[in-house]
Design a protein around this ligand. Structure first.
Ligand code: PXG
Length: 459
């Protein structure tokens, strides 16, 4: 293949000339010499076009749960591509992998979620949910129930509607969003919003911020609340134990649907199959993507609870919604093989009882007394390390985010992939990561955080 024989320098030049990558400052990236080119991967390791080997502490983009290089997934795709590469699920047809996957997902997800609707990304799944929620309340004759409440730093996708669900000011600013009817309140983020409150007391305050907004708007106008069990892209915000029970109480009391966005938390990330299992959440609707196929091919699903599903089915007639690739048979076949691996290798149990506690303990031990680290938090295979100016007072550095970016560069230079969210270093490795690989990840993170501390004259 001639296109595989270019030099790294040529690829970088072509990439800069012709590719607009997502969430990228194109001009400054070009100034820095362009993107790193990832060429292959195996297990928890990535290689770039210079032959450098990197440890992937992010499982790609929070998604490669079973690790790279799984032949079973490649084979499932190959076999399905030969057998039936595509057929649609519109107009009274369906395919076997889609039927089988629906049954598997219903069995795995919390009780009461008995139907799956498919799309190709978390964003599309969340758009789908907004359409379903509006249709549902219209069918119920509650035409004023339209508003959806999310949280600041919530991430739900990048399409116009899913950005409206997000609590990300920078994203809103560039597109005159959110659309009317999308509100955002304080997240359960004690470190930044907790002030002098005790953590559990603050959990109640954060949940009641949603109640206050519902009352202000009028419960007859509020359709749903959307929330990630643990906010991922917003900085791995672990809610206090008091938060979810109170939020569920509120949704019930004001008859507001609860949407659990499990795009990151789902499929074992927390050591439970879903974040909803960890927190005892009983959502009306659930968003699934990423780990559903471990990122090998695009797929997302909306799990629809009985209350909404029965109304849509019994009273809704045709739902005028769907994508060409809703229920793509190849994606469904890969998802089934991915679930087989998660189950056969007991990866979720392993993360809950063994490797997750080991990782969390190791991170805490290593950084508890570090001059730059204010807090290490996490559960299972997701977590964050807060970099702060003052550990005692939780004081931030003056330019919030700059130290995180600096630390991320040190990670990268040290062949460790970790994301910086503002000044929180976040990790979310493949669920297959072993104890020696965890040791290696923590050791590389320490090298990078030490280097950052030295840059700041703190070590
Ligand atoms: N919900 C959640 C909770 C997500 O994390 C989406 C929805 C949207 O999924 P799609 O497949 O449309 O991207 C996500 C995606 C980051 C980062 O930098 C996180 C995501 C996507 C891109 C970057 O942390 N999460």
């Amino acid at each position: 293949m001639t296109h595989m024989q270019r030099t790294t320098a040529e690829w970088k030049r072509l990439n800069t000339q012709h590719h607009l990558p997502p969430f990228t400052d194109h001009k400054s990236l070009a100034g820095e010499g362009g993107s790193r080119i990832i060429t292959k991967a195996e297990g928890v390791w990535l290689w770039d076009s210079d032959g450098e080997k990197m440890l992937d502490g992010m499982a790609g983009l929070w998604c490669v749960n079973v690790g790279y290089g799984r032949e079973e997934l490649a084979r499932a795709a190959y076999d399905q591509l030969l057998e039936l590469p595509f057929y649609n699920t519109f107009f009274k047809t369906t395919t076997v992998p889609v039927i089988e996957l629906s049954k598997r997902l219903v069995d795995l997800t919390p009780e009461g979620l008995n139907h799956a609707f498919y799309a190709n990304s978390g964003s599309e799944a969340n758009d789908t949910i907004v359409r379903m929620v509006r249709h549902f309340w219209n069918l119920k004759g509650k035409h004023r129930k339209k508003t959806i409440i999310g949280r600041k730093y919530g991430y739900h996708g990048s399409t116009m509607v899913s950005v409206s669900l997000c609590g990300m000011d920078a994203m809103h600013g560039q597109a005159d969003l959110p659309f009317p009817g999308f509100h955002h309140v304080m997240p359960p983020y004690w470190y930044d919003f907790g002030g002098g409150h005790d953590v559990e007391e603050f959990g109640l305050i954060a949940a009641r911020a949603i109640e206050d907004r519902i009352r202000e708007l009028g419960a007859d106008t509020v359709a749903a609340v959307i929330a990630e069990p643990i906010q991922g892209a917003g900085g791995v915000i672990i809610p206090p134990a008091s938060y979810w029970p109170e939020l569920q109480r509120i949704c019930k009391e004001y008859d507001v649907l609860l949407i659990a966005d499990e795009v990151i938390c789902g499929f074992g990330r927390t050591g439970h199959w879903f974040g909803s299992d960890l927190y005892g959440i009983k959502p009306d609707l659930m968003t699934l993507a990423k780990g559903i196929t471990s990122g090998y091919v695009p797929l997302s699903a909306v799990m629809v609870g009985d209350r909404v599903a029965e109304t849509l089915i019994e009273e809704g007639g045709e739902f005028y919604h769907g994508f060409t690739y809703s229920g793509h048979p190849v994606a469904a076949a890969v998802a089934l093989a991915n679930l087989d691996i998660l189950e056969k290798e007991k990866l979720v149990d392993r993360v809950r009882t063994e490797t997750g506690p080991y990782l969390q303990q190791k991170m805490r031990e290593t950084f508890a007394d570090h001059p730059l680290v204010g807090e290490v938090r996490g559960v299972g295979f997701i977590g964050a390390i807060e970099l702060v100016e003052d550990k005692k007072t939780r004081k931030r550095f003056p330019k919030y985010g700059a130290v995180g970016a600096k630390c991320r560069d040190h990670c990268f230079a040290n062949n460790l992939v970790m994301r910086a969210v503002r000044d929180a270093m976040v990790f979310s490795p493949p669920l297959t990561m072993t104890k020696p690989e965890i040791d290696e990840m923590v050791s590389r993170a320490k090298t990078a955080i030490d280097a950052t501390a030295r840059d700041l004259g703190k070590m």
